[in-house]
Ligand binder design. Structure first.
Ligand code: CIR
Length: 253
């Protein structure tokens, strides 16, 4: 059972977050409301929240997923790929390290964003992307291997992160964007290839039988119900403008 979730509240600086495309101005009031709905979803799914205060030095601070990777009873504090985000890890480490048996670190020259790491049972996939470099993926892979995980690296040739294209809506299945469909390292896991127009919703979070997912994707909500999963749709428009998906707003263990 997953018992805890770490989040960071959005601050006024969120509007200056890093983004690749201009999908419109971030509306801070709406972002705050959407974050509240997200926290409610985490609580519905049975987690107790550790809530970090906004830190306006780091506009992208609410995307806490990128700062830490949970591997069972252990946690890896990352070294985010974009230098503007490196300072976010300090408060995260301070808040969560007491929960874990051991705390590991990605060190220079390695970079890892948690958005590039998909963990399913004892398997982990690490995307080598514009944020996670090969040195970081190798460091994280070695840690995962030592902790008993089966590790695979994936080249992410487009978009931001691996989990822009894949996510786990359940304990034994992944949703995958068609652009990744031929990726051989996912051959031994059940996958549902989503429609291209559902691609954004690939990024989701499975917690204790609940699937937290972006709202507005009724086909995938139905898919969850048909499989006995309980979808919790959460509006994500403001975080999407900053290239963020559902999983990026929390670290769960
Ligand atoms: C960034 O570019 O770093 C943020 N604006 C978005 C990070 C999203 N992270 C994630 O999906 N794990």
């Amino acid at each position: 059972m997953l018992q805890h979730a770490l989040v960071r509240l959005p601050g006024a600086a969120l509007v200056n977050g890093i983004r690749e495309n201009d999908l419109g101005k971030v509306k801070i009031k709406r972002a705050i409301q959407q974050h509240a709905a997200y926290r409610e979803a985490l609580e519905t799914a049975g987690t107790r929240l550790d809530i970090l205060e906004p830190d306006n030095r780091f506009p992208d601070g609410p995307f806490v997923e990128d700062t830490a990777v949970v591997l069972g009873e252990h946690i890896v504090i990352t070294r985010p790929g974009d230098p503007r985000r490196r300072g976010e890890v300090k408060t995260v480490e301070k808040q969560v390290s007491g929960y874990f048996e051991s705390v590991w670190h990605i060190t220079e020259p390695g970079t890892v964003d948690g958005g590039d790491v998909l963990v399913l049972d004892r398997k982990m996939w690490i995307g080598v992307s514009c944020r996670t470099n090969r040195a970081g993926a190798d460091q994280l892979g070695a840690i995962g291997h030592r902790l008993g995980f089966c590790v695979r690296l994936v080249d992410v040739r487009m978009g931001l992160h691996l989990k822009t294209f894949v996510g786990a809506p359940g304990p034994d299945v992944i949703w995958m964007h068609p652009a990744m469909a031929d990726e051989p390292v996912f051959q031994d896991v059940e996958k549902h290839i989503v429609q291209p127009e559902e691609g954004y919703a690939c990024n989701c979070r499975w917690i204790n039988g609940w699937t937290i997912m972006a709202s507005g994707f009724s086909g995938l909500e139905t898919w969850c119900r048909d499989r006995g999963l309980k979808p919790i749709p959460v509006p994500m428009s403001e975080y999407r403008k900053l290239d963020g998906g559902i999983s990026c707003l929390s670290v769960v263990w």
